[in-house]
Design a protein. Structure first.
Length: 281
């Protein structure tokens, strides 16, 4: 993607130097996505475990400061571009004004209003905080371990999380939680898949705007689609050595994630992302 280094976003909060979360021993490691009744929405269904982050310069690994600073500026640029797009498009398309989210960079673990989370949960969004949480080592893991390298693969991840923020602004997240209550685990998971695929579609809506503005380079679209495929539930279940079990999916298969990202990319239209009204995913 064509982007220019321009320093740090005013919406970026850098907590990489802070001690890992659970300060004072009061933290609860997140065993699932969501604790204490407050649910975080992440990129991944499956906790990939620390082994995903080892050997790629992840926690404990070597960090090249200059390279990482460029990465911070890239994240800043993608964050600002996403928020500028939603700042103009959300109101125009839905009549609801956008309000900006913050993005927190952390290492190893972080405290949020949703509880303490380790890097192994992957990038996530905590609705009560209105913040996206990202450990940059995830990008190294995405490229090296999940096989989805490239700057636009990373951009898709950020855009997906901002997509969750858009759902929060629109109230979709809350509606889905009330639909989930009293339902079986399997039915709750099906609703979660629809929420996640919608965030993929919203990421596509943002990508559509980058295409229109001629910011994409050869291979960018393929990188984003590669990342959407890499984080599909069937793919991650296979990688984890287990068998593919659709009842446990909370984010959707690789094919579904590719389809909904592509839909947003083609249309640029928020209404085309109605995963809750769709008969087929
Ligand atoms: Zn998600």
């Amino acid at each position: 993607m064509r982007w220019q280094r321009g320093g740090r976003s005013e919406d970026l909060i850098d907590q990489r130097g802070a001690p890992a979360g659970g300060r004072g021993g009061g933290g609860i490691p997140v065993g699932k996505l969501g604790i204490g009744g407050i649910v975080i929405v992440g990129l991944l269904s499956v906790i990939l475990g620390k082994n995903l982050f080892v050997g790629g310069g992840g926690p404990g690994g070597p960090v090249d400061d200059a390279a990482e600073e460029e990465q911070v500026e890239f994240v800043s640029s993608i964050l600002d571009d996403n928020q500028a797009l939603w700042g103009s498009e959300l109101g125009r398309q839905t009549g609801k004004p956008y309000r900006k989210a913050k993005l927190v960079l952390f290492r190893d673990g972080v405290d949020s209003a949703c509880g303490f989370a380790e890097s192994a949960v992957g990038p996530f969004y905590c609705p009560p905080d209105e913040k996206v949480f990202l450990d940059l080592s995830f990008f190294r893991a995405l490229g090296k371990k999940l096989g989805a390298p490239g700057d636009f693969a990373q951009a898709y991840v950020i855009a997906h999380e901002i997509g969750h923020h858009v759902q929060n602004v629109l109230g979709t997240d809350e509606e889905m939680r009330s639909l989930q209550s009293g339902k079986s685990k399997a039915d709750q998971n099906k609703l979660s898949v629809r929420l996640e695929l919608q965030a993929d579609c919203y990421a596509g809506v943002w990508a559509h705007s980058t295409k229109k503005r001629d910011l994409l380079e050869k291979g960018d679209v393929e990188e984003a689609i590669g990342a959407a495929i890499a984080v599909g539930d069937d793919q991650l279940q296979k990688m984890g050595g287990g068998h593919v079990n659709p009842e446990k999916w909370t984010h959707g298969s690789s094919a579904m994630r590719k389809r909904w990202f592509s839909r947003g990319l083609e249309t640029g239209d928020v209404k085309s992302c109605d995963t809750f009204g769709a008969a087929d995913l």
